[in-house]
Design a protein around this ligand. Structure first.
Ligand code: PHE
Length: 434
């Protein structure tokens, strides 16, 4: 089986696909509203500090374990020690659960793209959004369509599906983002938004905000569900990883910053609130678009941009479980993807309905959507990362594998894997439990 494993056609293909995984709804939908709810600039400073230090370690580690073992998640953990394979299995399970709520948002995006002409005529955007997501059939169909798109590219394989999609969608995303940033910066009072983003108010510094920044950093880098481990396993022997990790972190942060620069000046220019939560992108922004010249076209461009970001991340979410099915159960990629389409749909449909007819069905006091979001983002992603760091730090003894250039950075990396990152993650998990 091992010899049939695909490999990246080039280093560029690997990097752009890994960036495609990292840059997603986490950057454009989640980052601005989490930042809005956590004090703006001070959150940004904390986030950048964490992403360059604590997050660097598990990101490099996950890619490295993939590259070293050349196996999908379960096999990779098993290769380190057969006892660990059950921990490995948590990764594709997390992937399937994440996709069930992530892809619902993908479906909403498709709706906003299709309705670009009508959006400017709506009188109450909040009401429109809550009515739309509560409908029983239409959002489910859109969710299914979005699942199909992600699964389709994954089914076509590494070269003809995954790489190709990223090579098309990522440059499109970058161009649209720069275009919208320029428009946003030219709105009246745009500097107020920039001040909010870049002028830290140290009185807002608190532990809860630090943990929110850490959680956001892990989510946005796609750490903790085996997507990157699987991508890492397709790297040929001779590639240098550390440089790639810097590139991924730098690009992901740049995209998040640009998303903030696109959104906050517009929000402040129209005297709106930056902390409106998840509705920022689906309620506040369309309202703003309706008030600016060529707003319908701008709205169209924005939701296409969001779509590109979501699809490339969605593909990476599907690829982890897909690789596990193909390699462990000897399935063809097409069969594995068809099966994943069915499994993800079966979880995603009731989750979509949790905004409407299944709204009263609660799991631990939460709707299905909120529960899956909570379970995966707050608990499963950090727990998986915690387990992999401990396994690598204590069992794999990565120190001897010479991924870093000098002894000093090797030791830092080792201490990070064994102690610093696990402690930070334990705090994150405990905070997430409440
Ligand atoms: N990093 C993606 C984003 O920012 C989300 C994601 C999480 C993708 C985990 C894969 C794995 O939207």
């Amino acid at each position: 089986m091992e010899n049939n494993r695909p490999v990246w056609t080039s280093k560029y293909a690997f990097i752009i696909t890994a960036i495609g995984s990292a840059v997603g709804l986490g950057n454009i939908w989640r980052f601005p509203y989490v930042m809005g709810q956590n004090g703006g600039a001070i959150f940004l400073v904390t986030y950048i500090l964490l992403i360059c230090t604590i997050c660097f370690i598990p990101l490099l580690n996950e890619l490295y374990v993939g590259k070293l073992t050349k196996k999908e998640c379960v096999g990779a953990y098993e290769a380190i020690n057969p006892k660990f394979k059950y921990f490995g299995a948590l990764n594709p399970i997390t992937g399937i659960l994440i996709s069930a709520f992530y892809f619902i948002v993908g479906g909403w995006i498709i709706n906003y793209i299709c309705k670009w002409k009508l959006l400017s005529q709506i009188s109450d955007y909040g009401e429109y959004f809550s009515k739309f997501i509560a409908e029983p059939v239409y959002p489910c169909l859109l969710t299914l369509l979005f699942i199909f798109i992600c699964v389709y590219f994954t089914a076509r394989g590494l070269k003809n599906g995954i790489e190709k999609a990223n090579k098309i969608f990522m440059p499109m995303l970058a161009i649209l983002l720069i275009f919208l940033v320029i428009i946003s910066l030219n709105l009246p009072d745009a500097q107020k938004g920039l001040e909010y983003m870049f002028k830290p108010d140290f009185s807002k510094l608190n532990f809860h905000m630090v943990l929110a920044a850490l959680g956001q950093a892990f989510f946005t880098l796609s750490i903790g569900m085996g997507a990157l481990l699987t991508y890492g396993s397709y790297i040929k022997e001779d590639k240098t990883l550390v440089k790639s990790v810097y590139t991924i972190i730098l690009s992901d942060t740049t995209f998040a910053l640009l998303a903030g620069i696109m959104i906050f000046p517009a929000v402040f220019s129209f005297g709106m609130e930056p902390n409106s939560g998840a509705g920022l992108v689906f309620v506040t922004l369309p309202k703003i678009f309706s008030q600016i010249p060529f707003g319908d076209l701008i709205s169209f461009a924005f939701f296409v941009l969001l779509f590109c970001a979501a699809v490339t991340s969605g593909i990476s979410i599907v690829e982890g479980p897909c690789a596990t099915l193909t390699e462990r159960f000897n399935m063809s990629r097409q069969k594995a993807c068809a099966l994943l389409f069915v499994i993800i749909s079966l979880i995603a449909i009731p989750t979509t309905l949790s905004f409407g007819i299944l709204g009263d069905f609660k799991v631990f006091g939460k709707t299905l959507f909120d529960f899956l979001d909570y379970l995966t983002s707050n608990l499963m992603l950090p727990s998986n990362t915690l387990i992999l760091c401990l396994i690598s730090g204590w069992y794999l003894k990565i120190k001897g594998y010479k991924i870093l250039k000098n002894k000093f950075s090797e030791s830092l990396f080792d201490i990070g894997l064994k102690f610093i990152v696990p402690i930070a993650l334990i705090f994150l998990i405990i905070a997430g439990l409440k």
